[in-house]
Design a protein. Structure first.
Length: 265
């Protein structure tokens, strides 16, 4: 019975992602629920080849041929993000870094507000920083550091032999972000930036958004979206997800027997 309860949420997520992903835009990242995020070892890299496997995968391509791998998930009171800069083979400790930004209200505003947060991690450092918007008039530099952000983790190290995408040494970044900072929602504003210090270049998502320098972050107007398509992030706890999963799977199987699709293409 326990194995069934474990599998049902995963099957539900698969069905929803398969049925809805084509209807979402290019500037949307789909996030999934994961039940093993509390088992992460926060060492800034793939500790083993399965550590970030049960998460959503987005492979982000750039014009120069590089890729950034983004893994996202949520569990309990946290969002989890892994940024894998798989083509950055020059290791610049204290300089290479990644920034993940969340707009809790998804306002697409020209200036930041108190519900906009950016989370940073720097290669070789075990403690990142949390920035909050809303204090200055400058759109690009309208973030202030939050001291002692409870339960936040931002760490970076060198991924190597356990990385699922390349065993060549490169920077990677792990984040655990408290949902209480920006609130629960099925849709957030979302921005990602990975900085390669040797190349002096930012690899951003959305990919058409520019970043002038390390002290500047584009305002929410230019961010994409992080979406929970099954709405498990704002609404459902695990027992409810299991119950809903069971009902949907039963309906899906019943319709499949009659040659009908559960989700429209």
């Amino acid at each position: 019975m326990k194995s069934v309860l474990f599998i049902l949420p995963l099957v539900l997520s698969f069905l929803i992602f398969s049925g809805y992903k084509e209807s979402f835009g290019l500037d949307q990242i789909l996030i999934t629920i994961s039940n093993d995020r509390d088992a992460i070892t926060y060492d800034g890299k793939w500790t083993d080849t399965y550590e970030w496997k049960r998460t959503s995968l987005d492979t982000i391509p750039y014009d120069d041929g590089r890729l950034v791998i983004l893994r996202t998930a949520h569990q309990g009171n946290f969002l989890y993000v892994f940024v894998d800069a798989i083509n950055d083979f020059t290791l610049d400790n204290g300089k290479d870094n990644a920034v993940v930004c969340i707009d809790g209200n998804n306002t697409k505003s020209e200036l930041t507000d108190k519900n906009d947060f950016c989370f940073t991690a720097t290669l070789g450092q075990n403690s990142g920083a949390v920035l909050q918007g809303g204090d200055n008039s400058s759109a690009a530099k309208n973030f202030q550091n939050i001291i002692n952000a409870t339960d936040f983790i931002g760490t970076s190290s060198v991924s190597d032999q356990n990385d699922r995408y390349t065993t060549t040494k490169h920077p990677s970044y792990e984040f655990r972000m408290p949902i209480e900072l920006f609130g629960r929602s099925d849709k957030y504003g979302f921005f990602l930036s990975a900085y390669d210090a040797s190349a002096k270049k930012f690899y951003n998502w959305p990919t058409n958004v520019a970043r002038a320098d390390l002290s500047s972050i584009p305002p929410p107007l230019y961010w994409g979206e992080l979406v929970s398509p099954d709405k498990s992030l704002p609404e459902f706890n695990t027992p409810v997800v299991v119950f809903v999963s069971s009902i949907i799977i039963i309906i899906y199987l019943a319709r499949a027997q009659h040659g009908k699709k559960f989700f429209d293409s």
